[in-house]
Design a protein around this ligand. Structure first.
Ligand code: ADP
Length: 568
């Protein structure tokens, strides 16, 4: 509403339109009109509600001549604190301020809740409470009403009191509290005028509240945008980045200033395929097409790249023209890496399954078809080869099976009190049958406490570690197994005299599908054994680690809890 229009309305509200003969106006009518006009002007000048109400309280104080004016709003929690006040003593303010609608029997609470009873002398038609014209505060109020109030105003010597609601429609948003130490300070006409003013103020409050709510929701939206876990980017049809949230700057490695204003083509990957894919997305957006979950390689500020799942929505103006894009990028680099690892793994496993099968079928077929030509020694060798390959095949399958149980969270341990010496001996015997290239030493104290564990799983852990010790150490090397109680654990170690592992590689070892760069060529494996060891040890409530120095062999240790009932 323009100030001029408001001014006209103010003239109407005061009952004195301009041109009706200013000279005839009484001083009080003039004062009323001035108040209304200045209230409306204050409104158009104020940026915040608090500021507006503060000025309002001063203006009403000036207009009414009362020494105290307070403006109270009904809060969401049912409290009606003073938002602005002037003149009240500190003590009075502190008692009155925490007034609560639910429990306080105060006139303020009655007015703000609309509990007015028009028949009573203390209320005007508009619903305000006033001190009546001629007598002391509350003296003219019926005893019934008086007993309903806390009578704090009276106690603090405020003889004249008026409470005027500020309304929006039927809703009371708050009230104006006028008080003065002298009697008869607030005549009924003044209260009625303030009631009319209260409607204007209520309207203004409503607008302020709506604006504040809008600002709050805009702020919440901005916060949501800014703090979203995914990267948001907006790009104009000119290909320039217009907006970016915090995550986008982090993901792409730019500062906000470095990203906003930059051509989006700077983010295209350097590879021809990557570039073509990104250009394709941009063209589709320009054509008004929505792009969903497009996997794309994106170049970061430092030249490195990340993979993102990109969704782009074209934004249009009123005429339907595409004016900007709104894009979400979800970082899928890790996902892609894992996918790649899985693909490699499947390739490797297929190969690892095929090689022994070829040896087994070849050896058995030769033994069968060439039986007459072959010497018994040659036939035995063929069958021995087939048996060794079957062993490695069944070992690979066993590890795969354990992995799939772990992935599906279906790993169940069958624990019992086991003789560790025997399980170690069984595992070593098994590996000896397969590898005659190494010597095996078992180094155990005379007595070992019994261990509560799944014997087959313990054998699997040992077998995997023993096989690695053989695979990654030269022919003729010694592989040593030791075990000793340490605190609440039994620590078992498998040592070799092999190539060793660098500290950086040691950190990667137990992750899925890891095969290190530095390993002897021709050594077969799929990067599964150590991960299975780790999962099985942890399922027992234990832990596994390696101590190694490149070129000086490695020892893989695992600690199993001696006490029962701790497996996870
Ligand atoms: P793999 O089937 O490749 O042997 P593992 O999970 O058992 O898979 O081992 C992962 C990688 O850790 C191996 O590829 C190898 O590079 C390294 N590694 C494991 N054990 C040893 C060891 N005793 N000495 C040196 N490197 C080892």
């Amino acid at each position: 509403m323009g100030v001029l229009k408001k001014r006209k309305e103010a003239e109407k509200a005061s009952g004195n339109p301009r041109g009706a003969g200013l000279k005839n106006m009484t001083a009080s009518v003039l004062a009323e009109r001035d108040l209304l006009i200045s209230i409306l002007e204050t409104l158009s000048q104020s940026r915040h509600m608090d500021e507006y109400l503060k000025r309002l309280a001063e203006q009403i104080k000036k207009y009414s001549g009362c020494c105290c004016v307070g403006i109270r709003l009904l809060g969401e929690d049912g409290n009606i604190p003073y938002i602005a006040y002037t003149g009240f003593s500190r003590e009075f303010y502190e008692i009155e301020n925490p007034l609560c609608v639910g429990s306080d029997e105060c006139m303020c609470a009655n007015v703000i809740m609309g509990n007015t009873r028009l028949g009573l002398p203390s209320y005007t038609k508009g619903g305000s409470f006033l001190s009546n014209g001629t007598t002391k505060l509350l003296a003219s109020v019926s005893e019934e009403v008086k007993s309903q109030t806390r009578n704090v105003c009276n106690r603090y010597g405020y003889e004249s009191v008026a409470l005027v609601p500020m309304k929006h429609g039927d809703r009371i948003l708050g009230l104006i509290h006028l008080a003065d130490e002298s009697e008869n300070k607030i005549p009924p006409e003044t209260v009625r005028f303030l009631e009319r003013v209260g409607v204007y103020i209520g309207e203004a409050l409503h607008t302020f509240m709506a604006e504040e709510a809008l600002q709050e929701s805009e702020k919440q939206y901005r916060d949501l945008y800014e703090e979203a876990p995914d990267a948001y980017l907006s790009c104009g049809v000119d290909g320039i980045i217009k907006r970016a949230n915090l995550r986008a700057t982090e993901l792409l490695g730019y500062s906000r200033e470095g990203l906003v204003g930059r051509p989006v083509s700077d983010l295209y990957a350097d590879t021809p395929d990557g570039k073509a894919a990104a250009e394709g997305v941009f063209k589709r957006y320009l054509a008004g097409e929505e792009v969903r979950d497009q996997e794309l390689e994106v170049k970061r500020a430092d030249g490195s790249s990340v993979w993102v799942s990109l969704s782009v929505r074209p934004m249009r103006d009123k005429e339907g023209r595409v004016v900007a894009s709104r894009s979400i990028m979800v970082d899928i680099t890790e996902h892609r890496k894992l996918d790649q690892l899985k693909d490699d793994f499947i390739g490797l496993v297929s190969h690892e399954l095929r090689s022994p099968m070829t040896v087994i079928t070849g050896a058995i077929n030769t033994a069968l078809t060439e039986a007459e030509r072959l010497s018994p020694e040659e036939t035995r060798q063929l069958l021995k080869d087939a048996a060794a390959e079957s062993e490695s095949l069944s070992n690979l399958l066993a590890n795969l099976l354990e992995l799939s149980r772990v992935q599906a969270q279906r790993l169940v341990l069958y624990s019992e009190a086991i003789d560790v010496k025997r399980v170690i001996q069984d595992a070593v015997d098994k590996i000896k049958r397969q590898y005659s290239t190494h010597t095996f030493v078992i180094n155990l104290p005379r007595r070992l406490p019994p261990l509560q564990a799944d014997p087959l799983r313990l054998e699997r852990i040992l077998y995997n570690l023993l096989e690695n010790a053989v695979k990654y150490s030269p022919t003729g090397g010694e592989v040593r197994v030791s075990a000793k109680p340490q605190g609440e654990h039994l620590v078992i170690g498998v040592s070799d005299q092999g190539i060793g592992i660098s500290p950086a590689d040691q950190e990667k070892l137990f992750a899925p599908f890891q095969r290190l760069e530095k390993r002897p060529s021709g050594v077969r494996g799929v990067g599964l054994g150590l991960m299975v060891c780790r999962r099985l040890v942890e399922a027992h409530g234990g832990h596994i680690w390696v101590e190694s120095e490149p070129g000086h062999g490695s020892t893989f240790f695992f600690a199993m809890p001696l006490s029962q009932g701790s497996p996870r």
